[in-house]
Design a binder for this molecule. Structure first.
Ligand SMILES: Cc1cc2nc3c(=O)[nH]c(=O)nc-3n(C[C@H](O)[C@H](O)[C@H](O)COP(=O)(O)OP(=O)(O)OC[C@H]3O[C@@H](n4cnc5c(N)ncnc54)[C@H](O)[C@@H]3O)c2cc1C
Length: 407
């Protein structure tokens, strides 16, 4: 395939992973990021085997091991009593790695973004470039940035997150974002301030009516715990311009009043200033228009209850890079079509299951609780297809073959 000028819009986890993967395959690329400094907002992120096996192949195993923590157990508890509902040993006997062939890490978002940014070639990332609009000019696309710069590209990748300007262009302004009617309080806490917390090196879901509390360790050395305290409501998100509204620590504590002291201790350890809306995306009919393609949250933003959004970005990035670099279909259009064929179904399945988990985690005491507990007891059978997946395994070649022969 002739050399294309590739512009990635968005220097988040998806955009940076794609840049690394393309450069390692000898393909030149530029990343345009609106922020003036790379500084991921938020707390920690869980990276599961379906992403870590790919990041390892990109040469990042040592960095992930240095800055990540491997949660020792996955525990579901009652939010009120702390009684264990179900638990899985993760590190004992190397269970998770053995099951799924790669580790599960908790890592701080900023650490992950730094690891990724350091792995791209110098001069790749253009900060302070906020995309204002796209313009089709024959076979190429012009990117116009707020800072006055204009860039011409043969392929544009929209890795610009759930509020993607590129998706809005692709859908002619149709809005696919969906407010989940749930919101959350987030934080990172030094583990020594969690004196009441049982099993501080575990990933734990504390469940109760209309809310749940998730925390997991982030590294190095289990030094911190990151948490999301998720609650139903408000029914209508009051800020049409963003995912955050101001709040106080008292608001966060009040939302979990009566819950186990370990949960309240963690919530109180943080000075809360923001309450975060949890948004997902409705399924898109396509991720491609002309020579513009979507990746990551821009394509399949999802509520975070399986901790898979960033993991799906990594899968997208590696599949797209392999298709652009490999001996696949002849034309760019065919390669982009193959990317959609391989990625859309899987990402949309993960989107759907994440919505279901929200409901499961927030069930009140009542007749559905035994079914909830049985479902959690089968968790790893139910989600095996997510964790064991290898986005570069031969079966994706089969999907690719299907995508070329179907036309
Ligand atoms: C509370 C919460 C917890 C989560 N926990 C997990 C987890 O444990 N594990 C997991 O896998 N996922 C998790 N996720 C999801 C995960 O954070 C996202 O799926 C992931 O960050 C998406 O990456 P991305 O690169 O697609 O988009 P983003 O990370 O949103 O990056 C998009 C980038 O594009 C830039 N950008 C946007 N617009 C423009 C523009 N016009 N011009 C230029 N640049 C632009 C932005 O500044 C940003 O840097 C969680 C999400 C939430 C809300």
């Amino acid at each position: 395939m002739p050399e294309n000028r590739i512009a990635i819009v968005g220097g988040g986890i998806g955009g940076l992973t794609l840049a690394i993967a393309l450069q390692q395959r000898g393909i030149a690329v530029d990343v345009y990021e609106q922020a003036d400094i790379l500084d991921e907002v938020g707390a920690g992120v869980a990276l599961w085997s379906n992403a870590t096996r790919l990041l390892h192949r990109l040469g990042l195993a040592a960095q992930l091991a240095e800055y990540g923590s491997e949660p020792t157990e996955l525990i579901f508890r009652s939010g009120l009593s702390a009684d264990r509902i179900v638990s899985y040993p993760l590190t004992e006997g190397g269970w998770y790695r053995q099951q799924f062939g790669a580790p599960y890490y908790g890592i701080h978002r900023q650490a992950l973004q730094r690891i990724l940014a350091e792995a791209v070639q110098p001069g790749t990332i253009h900060l302070g470039h906020r995309l204002a609009r796209l313009e089709r000019t024959g076979p190429t696309t012009l990117l116009h940035f707020d800072n006055g710069a204009t860039v011409e590209a043969d392929l544009v990748v929209g890795a610009d997150g759930i509020w993607s300007k590129i998706r809005t262009w692709m859908t002619d302004g149709l809005d696919h974002t969906m407010y989940s009617r749930t919101s959350g309080f987030r934080g990172v806490v030094p583990i020594e301030s969690c004196s009441l917390l049982p099993d501080p090196t575990a990933t734990q879901f504390w469940l109760g009516a209309d809310k749940h509390f998730l925390h997991f360790p982030i590294g190095p050395d289990y030094r911190y715990a990151t948490f999301l305290a998720a609650v139903e409501g408000p029914t209508v998100w009051p800020n049409p311009r963003g995912v955050r509204i101001p709040c106080t620590t008292e608001d966060a504590v009040e939302a979990f009043r009566g819950w186990h002291p370990a949960v309240l201790q963690m919530i109180e350890a943080v000075d809360h200033t923001d309450r975060w809306a949890l948004f997902g995306l409705g399924p898109l009919p396509s991720w491609v228009r002309d020579n513009v393609v979507l990746l990551g949250d821009a394509a399949h933003g999802l509520v975070p209850h399986h901790g898979q959004g960033a993991n799906q970005c990594v899968e997208d990035a590696v599949v797209l890079a392999d298709l652009l670099a490999g001996d696949g279909p002849e034309t760019l259009a065919e390669r982009l079509e193959a990317y959609c064929r391989i990625r859309m179904d899987r990402a949309q399945r993960v989107q759907k299951i994440s919505w279901v988990s929200n409901r499961l985690f927030h069930l009140p005491d009542g007749p559905e609780i035994p079914l909830r507990d049985a479902t959690l007891g089968n968790l790893y059978q139910n989600v095996r297809w997510i964790h064991e997946y290898d986005a570069q395994a031969p079966h994706t070649e089969l999907e690719l073959a299907a995508s070329t022969s179907d036309r």
